[in-house]
Design a protein around this ligand. Structure first.
Ligand code: MG
Length: 542
């Protein structure tokens, strides 16, 4: 039954408690504030939240450096506030996913503090050490240009420790059975508090087996199976949503034929989508969608436009990379790590119609859409902030000081207060009142997406057209058919296509009052405006 795999037809909304809403007036977002905004999220129509890490942290990597897995950072409230939030979310039918960041801990975690004592010290073997500096100490950095090495000398231990990310984020030693037991305990703890699953951070690094001679012994997919098995024994319908930016040929293993991840972010489609947006040519996106076609029912994608990180285009060919940089992040200050763009969606695309096109694609690509807070109102970035903080500014609620995010004098992160995307111009309150706003449009489109379970559940194929700018996809599920047509170019065009399905001659537009009838030969002639997006029910809405 469809309801058993709730994530297939869900709309997920991602946010960071720190920057969403400040409830106690100290300048920092918190669970009390988030609680007060659940009505907003409910009326937006989302099914699940994905919360960025909210556990105690020294805060050197936006919370991804955790120093206690079993608590709530006091800046965000107490454990009681968290449970209160879970209760309120449940009452609204909103499921909660949380980040599982176990590739590494903070170097301030008591485990690492102990491990620093050297061989024989408590939990020394919970981390990855090498007596001599490995030959590849300067390769494999996650943040090139900012991070210099993956092995750092620890004076007290007189050894080098391995860190795939920053040097203050030592990798846990997954080969150690006791580390795995502890990770299961962390999962069990939060599952017991009612969460619906985990967004698993940096999956390839969680399962990689590094060795002290510098070579990687490969990936241990059994570890993923263990996590899945444990999760499912504890909570039958909880899920693992994995972050793994790997090419299509490698992604199948992460689903482990139904014993691994339930869902993975489709980074491949994400990058090719921006290539298509930049070129006005739908073919790179069409290719990427085909290349990531699920080969088993166990595979399911989570699609996204922007997330909390840079727009990573590292997998694109050089000429495409150049084009995307030139189109969406031409200034050096907009680029980062040599592979990405640290900007939000709205300023990159600019044109309202083009933003709608991108969001319509997100909602209609095969899989589950994951939205980023603030993108529903078209928030911008603040390039004066360091690295990825540029896109992690407070939610813009009103045109009051600090965007209505906090009454405090100093917000934890300054909101965007200059230019076209300043909170005076872009905020929830004004868009709620305006029937033509992006927010109101988004609410209608989310509702439409949920009325089209063909996308999450059905079979799909790409329909050939006479236009390279046009992507046409046909979804079928339980006798229902949906045709989504997108014109990625700035120029209008007439697209011709033939469906060759039952009652395929009549198409009813689900967004606007319009119908398309095929000619005598069964061919549809669709007049598409620039950046057009059309969702058609095939054969009528009955
Ligand atoms: Mg606060």
């Amino acid at each position: 039954m469809p309801a058993d795999q709730w994530f297939r037809n869900a709309v997920i909304y991602s946010l960071n408690v720190e920057t969403f809403m400040d409830g106690n007036g100290d300048g920092c977002g918190d669970f009390e504030g988030l609680n007060g905004r659940l009505d907003y999220l409910e009326s937006l129509g989302i099914d699940a939240l994905w919360l960025a890490p909210f556990q105690p942290t020294p805060g050197r990597d936006n919370g991804y450096d955790i120093r206690d897995y079993y608590a709530v950072d006091p800046r965000f409230g107490s454990s009681g506030d968290f449970v209160e939030f879970m209760h309120e979310a449940e009452g609204r039918g909103i499921r909660v996913l949380i980040d599982l960041v176990v590739n590494h801990t903070s170097d301030q975690h008591p485990w690492f503090k102990g491990a620093r004592g050297g061989r024989g010290a408590p939990r020394h073997d919970w981390y990855v050490w090498a007596g001599k500096r490995p030959s590849d100490w300067q390769s494999g950095m996650v943040f090139p240009g900012v991070q210099r090495t993956t092995w750092t000398f620890e004076r007290r231990a007189r050894e080098y420790y391995f860190h795939r990310f920053y040097d203050f984020e030592p990798d846990l030693n997954m080969a150690n059975r006791r580390v795995r037991e502890e990770i299961r305990r962390i999962m069990g703890f939060w599952l017991q508090l009612g969460i619906a699953g985990f967004r698993v951070d940096a999956v390839p690094f969680v399962i990689e087996v590094p060795s002290p001679d510098g070579s990687s012994a490969g990936l241990d997919f059994d570890w993923l199976r263990e996590m899945r098995e444990f999760l499912q024994w504890r909570v039958g319908n909880a899920i693992l949503l994995g972050e793994a930016n790997v090419p299509p040929a490698e992604s199948g293993s992460y689903f482990a034929a139904g014993d691994g991840l339930h869902m993975m972010f489709n980074f491949w489609v994400n990058q090719h989508l921006f290539w298509s947006l930049a070129s006005g040519d739908a073919r790179p996106l069409a290719r990427a969608v085909e290349q990531t076609r699920p080969t088993s029912p166990a595979m399911h994608w989570a699609n996204f436009l922007r997330n909390h990180d840079e727009l990573d285009i590292g997998h694109l060919p050089d000429d495409a990379k150049g084009l995307v940089f030139e189109s969406f992040g031409p200034r050096p200050s907009m680029q980062i790590y040599g592979r990405g763009i640290r900007r939000r969606l709205a300023p990159m695309l600019g044109d309202r119609r083009r933003i709608e096109l991108a969001k319509s694609l997100l909602l209609s690509l095969p899989g589950t859409p994951v939205l980023r807070y603030g993108d529903e109102i078209g928030m911008g970035e603040n390039l004066r902030l360091k690295e990825r903080m540029a896109i992690r500014t407070p939610m813009q609620w009103t045109d009051e000081p600090h965007a209505g995010f906090t009454p405090a004098e100093r917000p934890v992160v300054p909101p965007v207060d200059r230019g076209l995307y300043a909170y005076e111009a872009v905020n929830v309150e004004s868009q709620r009142r305006d029937p033509d706003s992006l927010l109101r449009w988004m609410i209608r489109m989310i509702r439409l997406r949920k009325e089209c379970p063909e996308i999450g559940w059905g079979e799909w194929r790409i329909v050939r057209t006479n236009r390279t700018a046009v992507l046409a996809m046909l979804y079928e599920w339980r006798e229902r058919r949906l045709l989504c047509v997108h014109n990625l170019a700035h120029a209008p065009c007439e697209a011709r296509l033939k469906l060759d399905v039952d009652r395929g001659d009549r198409l009813v537009n689900l967004i606007e009052d319009d119908e398309a009838i095929a000619d005598d030969r069964g061919v549809h002639h669709l007049e598409l405006e620039p950046y057009a997006y059309r969702w058609y029910r095939v054969g009528g809405t009955g």
